[in-house]
Design a protein around this ligand. Structure first.
Ligand code: ADP
Length: 317
């Protein structure tokens, strides 16, 4: 993909595909604070913040025609995320999760997402994402994006990945693995294998790769990730250096030193945004990973998935 020269002519464009849910936080039957969240949406927001005028970031998902869905669209747009690829499905609703804080401040997650509109994105004969894919430079989706779709939707997502990859575009697959969203681990492995085969960039959380393949330890997970059949691979290992490889030439990129980790939510999502924002403007993988590390380090020093923009203004200038 010739992103560096195209960036001088027109903005580079990327679509993130997935699900964003309504978030409620607080004590059961107490006062609940309302927000929203989802791995790919987090990445889309951080991409929009990092990319500036040179990067157009779309979010592709399905929502209902209700006021909560309208509220989500407004909030995404306020973050600079383009919403023209969102399908509105009459009578449907966004998914919902509750983060319950117990007496000790421990967080417990409860989900209502089985009927969420996002699952039906590919029920349209042709989605806006598929119709406009030729005008995009890149696509980003995760294991969660695939997990929530019915098999026919997964097939469509994979076909889109393959089509964009064949046109020389960047197709990034982030391995976020949530076992409870899959029918079985064998099923998940199968779809992941196909997703990696259709991707040009694999973003790997080593923990998740270990869990998906039942590997003995993190080193085994990293070795397995390095053997994935993807040209470009970025492996995240918490505070340990990120390991990035392009055509099997590997570099370890030190993470930032963080005095106090406040909340690791969206660490991987923000790393992905930092990494891809730099790659899409022609930066080398090690430089992109260094920026991903800087952004993620900032995000984990604040509560919540989406930290205030002002808290990262110096990074995005
Ligand atoms: P995920 O959120 O996907 O589980 P990780 O926990 O591996 O991913 O973290 C993603 C990125 O966040 C790391 O590659 C690193 O850049 C940053 N990060 C996570 N934990 C720390 C930490 N303790 N110190 C510094 N950076 C961290």
């Amino acid at each position: 993909m010739n992103t560096s020269s195209s960036a001088t002519r027109r903005p580079v464009s990327i679509a993130a595909l997935g699900e964003c849910m309504l978030e409620l936080q607080g004590q059961a039957f107490g006062t609940l604070r309302q927000s929203f969240g989802g791995d790919t949406l987090n990445t889309a927001v951080y991409l929009a913040r990092c990319g500036g005028a040179g990067l157009q970031v779309h979010y592709a998902t399905a929502l209902g025609d209700d006021s909560l869905s309208a509220g989500l669209l407004e909030r995404w747009a306020a973050e600079g995320v383009l919403t023209g690829l969102v399908q509105r499905l009459p009578g449907r609703l966004p998914g919902l999760y509750l983060i319950e804080l117990d007496e000790g401040g421990e967080r417990r997650f409860h989900y209502w997402r089985g009927q969420a509109a996002a699952r039906s994105y590919f029920e349209a004969a042709v989605t806006a994402l598929e119709a406009q894919a030729d005008a995009l430079d890149a696509l980003y989706l995760s294991g969660i994006s695939l997990a929530i779709l019915p098999p026919a939707g997964r097939e469509r997502a994979l076909a889109l990945m393959a089509r964009m990859r064949a046109s020389g575009k960047l197709v990034a697959f982030d391995n976020n693995y949530r076992p409870r969203l899959w029918e079985s681990v064998a099923d998940a492995r199968d779809w992941y294998q196909r997703a990696f085969a259709a991707a040009t960039v694999a973003l790997i959380t080593a923990d998740d790769h270990q869990a998906l393949h039942g590997l003995a330890d993190l080193d085994a997970a990293v070795a397995a990730a390095q053997a994935l059949p993807v040209a470009e691979i970025a492996i995240k290992r918490g505070a340990l250096p990120a390991r990035v490889g392009l055509h099997q030439i590997w570099q370890d990129v030190l993470t930032e030193s963080v005095p106090r980790v406040v909340d690791t939510t969206a660490a991987g999502d923000s790393f992905a945004a930092g990494y891809l924002s730099r790659r899409l403007r022609g930066g080398a993988p090690a430089e992109a990973a260094a920026f991903g590390n800087r952004l993620a380090a900032r995000v984990i020093q604040h509560p919540g998935a989406l930290i205030p923009r002002e808290a990262m203004q110096d990074l995005i200038g």
